[in-house]
Design a binder for this molecule. Structure first.
Ligand SMILES: *Cc1c(COP(=O)(O)O)cnc(C)c1O
Length: 390
């Protein structure tokens, strides 16, 4: 196993070895990491729901009602009424006909893609910057692959023209791209899908809870609701728990229940997950206060960073990349932030291209304006120390 030692050594030398820190408190604006209280700027807990008492109570209630686990895969004897209730709840929130609940957002992509386009005569059109779980989902399919330029409808159209004599066509894109925070041109994608007879699939992991009325997601935000055939989502980000799903037409969900291997061969979420998820959706449906606060915080922080002279890329969402170039600079920056009381991880290759290392700041509605002003002050200090800003 020498290759393991060698690769670990190499990763450390080039500054790409990820030292994973352990969080010792519940998720929230401030957390305890390695015994130290720090401001949390890197969770996907957009709406502060992960540590919310109502979710914890929901989880306890469902455990009291249904026990600890489902006991079998759903297709054999593990579909319980809370699974069905959760699916109904998600459909209501997303305003779609039906939903299939899965174990995670990652798994949802493995469930949908190879079930919908499976044969050599099929074709999949995928954005070059799509999430790893989409890439892996595509790898599980025998369909022909066409990778189009990031967020570029012209490139997509070229690929659609190239793919003659194929049977089923599926266009797949992230809704919000998680590293840069930019959003997919869904209207143009839907128009092309109609023109070329393709199906559409959007993974809205970073759009739910963030974009659209009450955080219903990117399809609502861009006015293409009803034109997306497969809306994949996660309960692990803004919703604050864990789990994934796909929403769409009833017949699509019926079909996936017959075909999707992660549904057929892997057990489903637990009563606690479902109870907490249902409560999260209740909170989001009742009020859009958290979504509004998230955007207020985002605008405040981004404006502050721009004023200081940082390059925050092309983000259109609360994801705020602070571009630093080389991976070792980003690691050093992150280390200094931590010493000064801020938890914000550096991200380098292969998660982002070489030379585009960054600190990715994730804004949450649970931050106060004072928290963000503290962050701006520490970024200013650190940026000057490392000669990133003047
Ligand atoms: C985070 C993410 C996932 C994975 O979601 P999990 O529920 O954590 O598995 C899938 N797709 C995209 C686009 C993501 O950002």
């Amino acid at each position: 196993m020498n290759f393991i030692d060698e690769e670990i050594k190499r990763l450390k030398e080039v500054g790409l070895y990820n030292n994973i820190r352990t969080i010792e408190s519940p998720q929230g604006a401030w957390i305890v990491v390695d015994g130290k209280k720090v401001l949390n700027l890197c969770s996907n807990n957009y709406l502060g729901l992960a540590g919310e008492k109502r979710l914890v109570d929901g989880a306890k209630k469902y455990m009291d009602m249904y026990g600890a686990g489902p006991g079998a895969v759903r297709s054999i004897a593990g579909t319980m009424s809370f699974h069905v209730e959760l699916e109904k709840k998600i459909s209501e929130f997303k305003q779609t006909e039906a939903t299939l609940s899965l174990q995670s957002g990652f798994v949802a992509n493995q469930a949908v893609i190879p079930s919908i386009v499976s044969a050599k005569e099929d074709a999949v059109f995928t954005d070059e910057l799509n999430h790893a779980s989409i890439i892996d989902g595509v790898r599980l399919s025998k369909a022909q692959r066409f990778i189009y330029k990031h967020n570029d409808p012209e490139s997509l159209e070229e690929k659609l023209k190239e793919a003659k004599d194929v049977k089923n066509k599926l266009i797949i894109t992230d809704g919000v791209f998680s590293m840069d925070g930019d959003i997919a041109p869904l209207k143009e994608i839907c128009d092309l899908a109609e023109k070329y007879g393709a199906m559409t699939m959007v993974d809205d992991a970073h759009g739910e809870g963030v974009l659209g009325d009450h955080g219903r997601g990117i399809a609502h935000h861009l006015g293409v609701h009803g034109r997306i055939d497969f809306e994949v989502g996660t309960l692990s980000k803004a919703f604050g728990i864990v789990g994934g799903f796909v929403s769409g037409k009833q017949k699509v969900i019926d079909f996936l229940k017959q075909k999707a291997r992660p549904f057929l061969f892997s057990s489903a979420v637990t009563p606690a997950d479902a109870g907490a998820s249902i409560e999260a959706i209740n909170i989001m449906t009742e009020s859009d206060e958290r979504v509004k606060k998230l955007w207020e915080n985002t605008n405040h922080f981004k404006a502050g960073m721009k004023k200081l002279g940082f390059d925050t890329g092309i983000s259109e969402t609360p994801i705020t990349p602070v571009m630093l170039g080389e991976a070792h600079v980003a690691q050093e920056f992150s280390k200094k932030l931590f010493e000064k009381g801020i938890f914000a991880m550096s991200i380098g290759f292969p998660t982002v291209p070489r030379g585009k290392a960054r600190i990715r700041v994730m804004i949450s509605s649970s931050h106060s304006i004072e928290d963000l002003d503290f962050a701006l002050k520490v970024f200013e200090e650190t940026g000057k120390e490392l000669n990133i800003i003047k």
